[in-house]
Write a protein that binds this ligand. Structure first.
Ligand SMILES: Nc1ncnc2c1ncn2[C@@H]1O[C@H](COP(=O)(O)OP(=O)(O)OP(=O)(O)O)[C@@H](O)[C@H]1O
Ligand SMILES: O=C(O)C1=C[C@@H](O)[C@@H](O)[C@H](O)C1
Ligand SMILES: [Mg+2]
Length: 196
């Protein structure tokens, strides 16, 4: 008898929850990939708490991300981000959506890898650009040519995001469809591991 077969009644969300166990699910990816939006919906589906690290940073500092960058610079922001992530990842299971640069910072990346299962929302330039050009809350995109800056960030960061445990392609389909792909990736990974 094969005892790794899932009960037929288990829903996708239940299987994913089981596969996650006590680990955190950490969303990584570029600005506009959908980490906050998809992260929140995924947490709802799994029935576990959701935290967005950008929001948490703004809450504890009582400043916006833009104000933090302007007042203290990117380096200080990264140090604060690493401290906040360390605290958020201490216990699980939770869904944690990170800021776009968190996984790129060595210290934060180490904490993220230690603290949970990572999922990269990969997206192409046009999808990202369509989403981010509507708001000017992203300090790194306050440049002469923000679309070019976004492309440069893709080139520099995608090889690092690719270290994630799981990858889902973020695109302009219903958000629920992306959530379903996220849950499937989590459940399938567990299946693959139990057959290794
Ligand atoms: N599948 C989707 N279809 C349409 N719009 C989407 C989809 N996923 C996300 N969005 C929208 O794209 C915008 C950017 O998404 P979101 O804020 O979640 O990105 P993010 O990865 O958290 O970015 P940041 O790193 O800047 O925090 C939001 O307005 C969100 O509602
Ligand atoms: O990609 C980045 O480096 C950033 C993304 C946002 O989520 C914020 O964390 C901040 O604007 C920096
Ligand atoms: Mg976000």
């Amino acid at each position: 008898m094969n005892d790794v077969t899932e009960p037929v009644s288990a829903t996708l969300a239940e299987r994913a929850k089981l596969a996650l166990g006590k680990r955190n699910l950490v969303f990584i990816g570029l600005m506009g990939a959908g980490k906050s939006a998809i992260g929140r919906l995924t947490a709802q589906a799994l029935g576990i708490p959701f935290i967005d690290s950008d929001h948490e940073i703004e809450r504890v500092s009582r400043m916006t991300i833009s104000e933090l960058f302007a007042a203290y610079g990117e380096e200080e922001f990264r140090a604060l981000e690493a401290r906040v992530l360390k605290r958020l990842l201490r216990s699980g299971p939770r869904v944690v959506s990170t800021g776009g640069g968190a996984y790129i910072n060595e210290r934060s990346r180490r904490q993220i890898k230690k603290g949970g299962m990572t999922i990269w929302l990969n997206a192409d330039l046009d999808v990202l650009w369509e989403r981010v050009n509507k708001r000017d809350t992203r300090p790194l995109l306050k440049t002469e040519n923000p679309k070019q800056t976004l492309e440069n960030l893709m080139r520099a960061r995608y090889p690092i995001y690719a270290e994630a445990d799981l990858t889902v392609l973020s695109r302009d389909v219903r958000k629920e469809m992306i959530v379903e792909e996220v849950l499937t990736a989590i459940a399938d990974r567990q299946k693959a591991q139990s057959h290794e």
